[in-house]
Design a protein around this ligand. Structure first.
Ligand code: 9MR
Length: 328
């Protein structure tokens, strides 16, 4: 304890006495990301800035909002890449995987798109995809289409509408992504299928259409609290097994857990469900949807509060660092 010389040191000694060592080792983040050296990543979102402790936990980056069309091109023809650049440049500089989220999504399209003619919509969506791919060429993956079962874009018909397959607009979106982002993994992302077999079979049917055309690399299961809080380990395993039959990669793409809001409730659900994902051979990586309390889209899902880890985060980093993920 030679570094604790002088008055600051003696105040510190008086304040912490017996709990001191435990405090130091439990609240100071480890120096490497929890999944360093593991076969799978554990990532998180970046919103407008990179929190100072981000790189001590996570090794994959998804911009929370920065690569949504509505965020980038709120005004037609005027591109705001600011938040996306922050996330991308950080990820590339650290060697972390960067995922674009998302190219085609009904919920976050620019307001001006819906009033255009179909042919203008087609031109605009292609320009958007081309521009995003050109700007972020080192993207590891892209959520090409987000939430197809829930949020259909206003420009669906400009991309082929239902067509003969029922989902031609999705197929066209993937063709465009493949054309302009040939090096990225192409993913389709969805929520609410985790414990809903009928939604799952619809989502699988779309994925199969894409797979038959060699257009898709994986699916993202958002895995939000409103599903996972109410699931147990065997249900989660059954869902992952069901999706594994598709033969494409599975990503847990937006994980968050509240489970009543207490530290104990959140910890228990992480302990119950996270190992099922980590140990499933078809799951290739896991991304959490925020971690700083007060900055997550869902109150109570945070894992890091006022500079301290909540118990679920302490458990999670220990579990990941000491458990090899199953890949086969
Ligand atoms: O966390 C995001 C929030 O800040 C945005 O206001 C919202 C609308 O763009 O999107 C949230 O993220 C969503 C994600 O992009 C898609 N799946 C559901 C997420 C939570 O709503």
């Amino acid at each position: 304890m030679r570094f604790l010389n002088g008055s600051i040191g003696s105040i510190f000694k008086q304040m912490c006495l017996a709990g001191c060592v435990g405090l130091i080792f439990s609240s100071v983040p480890a120096s490497a990301q929890m999944a360093t050296g593991k076969a799978k990543f554990v990532g998180n979102v970046i919103a407008g800035y990179v929190p100072s402790e981000y790189g001590t936990y996570w090794n994959q980056v998804t911009p929370e909002n920065g690569t949504k069309w509505g965020s980038v091109e709120g005004t037609r023809g005027s591109m705001n890449w600011g938040a996306a650049d922050v996330a991308y440049n950080y990820a590339v500089s650290k060697g972390y995987k960067f995922k674009m989220h998302t190219l085609v999504w009904g919920s976050q399209e620019p307001g001006w798109v819906k009033n255009l003619s179909s042919s203008d919509q087609r031109v605009e969506v292609e320009q958007w995809i081309k521009a995003a791919c050109a700007r972020y060429p080192k993207s590891w993956a892209i959520d090409v289409v987000n939430e197809p079962l829930h949020q259909v874009p206003s420009f669906k018909n400009a991309l082929g509408g239902n067509g003969t397959t029922g989902w031609d607009w999705i197929i066209t979106s993937f063709h465009l992504a493949k054309q302009y982002c040939p090096n990225a993994k192409l993913l389709m992302n969805e929520y609410g299928t985790e414990n809903d077999p009928s939604a799952r079979s619809k989502f699988k049917a779309i994925a199969k259409l894409l797979k038959d055309r060699n257009l898709i690399d994986g699916i993202g299961l958002q895995s939000h609290y409103f599903n996972l809080d109410y699931m147990n380990a065997s249900q989660m395993k059954a869902t992952l097994d069901d999706y594994a039959s598709l033969g494409v990669d599975i990503y847990i793409s937006e994980l968050d857990i509240v489970n009543g809001g207490s530290d104990a409730g959140q910890l228990a659900k992480y302990k119950e469900l996270f190992p099922v994902m980590w140990q499933h051979s078809s799951v290739k990586g896991i991304t959490l949807w925020g971690y700083r309390s007060g900055e997550t889209w869902k109150d109570g899902s945070g894992l890091y509060s006022n500079g301290k880890e909540r118990p679920a985060l302490t458990w999670l980093k220990g579990y990941v660092a000491t458990t090899n993920a199953k890949t086969k």
